[in-house]
Design a protein around this ligand. Sequence first.
Ligand code: GLU
Length: 457
Amino acid sequence: MTVTVRFAPSPTGKIHIGNARTALFNWLFALKHRGRFIQRFDDTDVLRSRQEYADAILYDLHWLGIFQDATEYQSRRIEIYDAAVERLKAAGLLYACYETPEELDLRRKVRRTRGLPPVYGREALALTADQIAEYESNGRRPHWRLLLPNFRSDPLEPERTEIRWNDLVRGEETVDLASVSDPVLVREDGTYLYTLPSVVDDIEMGITHVIRGDDHVTNTGVQIALFKALGAEPPEFGHHNLLTTASGEGLSKRTGSLSIEGLREAGIEPMAVASLAVLIGTSESVHAVPTMAELAERFDPAATSKSAAKFDPDELLVLNRALLHHMPFAQARDRLAALGVSGEHAEPFWNAVRGNLDRLSDAVQWWKIINEGPQEKPEFSPEDRAFLDTAFDLLPEEPWGASVWRDWTGKVRETTGRKGKALFMPLRMALTGLASGPELADLLPLLGREGTLARRP
Ligand code: GLU
């Protein structure tokens, strides 16, 4: 069977690195097994879901290097869920409930004071036809709960019922169905909560592996029961740990700065995000992996820790630098061209400056320095000015070979007696206007003799 996975966010906001991590786990799993990746938007909550968020999520995924084989929207599949509801009703597995949220809240409190677990007590199963008629005549509409298979013959006498699975990340997992409430599948207004559409789609779309955050572990127990109620074999499940901020807080779609869009705008490379998201909380050290294919090779869901992983945005910058330092020109070419860095010098320029960049866009500053000259006119002491005069007089004639920098500075050293910082710093300041930057040996050939002489103070 073809491995088929899905990434199923609700399009209610921009995705952050934690959401992207779920997408990446699924994508890498699909890559590793030559499987299919379905992008599914869980948009049954019509009030909060928006097409613009779905579009933004797709944009973010493509930027990360994740490409879906199919795109699905739950809001376009309502008849399929309606049909599943009819089947469950016919099988007596879905029952109507009329409680208001306040009534449910009160019941939970009463159960707690009696030392009972705060789960739904299935009171609706005991409603008489008269009571139901009265609710209906008062304008109450039912919501519908799935009757979980956690009892022998009397649903009002639930008993410990273990649902087990071998989790791709966490190993043996167990959920006791007596410890959870019968889930509401359909709201009063006929709209669907997450559980039923998710399971119906996983069946219909042939999902073989459901990989998601460990906040869904309990849901999985319930959903396995629903798969079986619908006559389907459940897929395999994997629940990865969640990311928290350095101070231990969970990430939310509202935390703008950690959104994928925010990271992109801050100049973070997609593979820096992917490397951190996938390697954090594993036995491997977090390091920059340059391609998705290499990351897929390393990816092992079972090697991910079970506890929450703290995430430090500064680590992204470290990975970013490492990626840029080794990035081949071919990979940077189009983005550089979009920033105005193009032409025959673009490649040697890139090779000269990439080792000094925090962000790819920082290359523009160096492109300007090379092509226009120092952006701020450097100040020199009279001694340095005299030194530079001598140095510029010694600049070799063209054509220049690979050793021009060494030849030039060798002669300058011999003539002036200066060495080390006293020799290099005035030259660096004169040529670039900055006290640090790429190797001057690499920059000099880009300036050429004329360009170099033009920087004579
Ligand atoms: N829409 C759900 C969520 O974002 C999907 C969970 C799942 O993968 O089943 O949490």
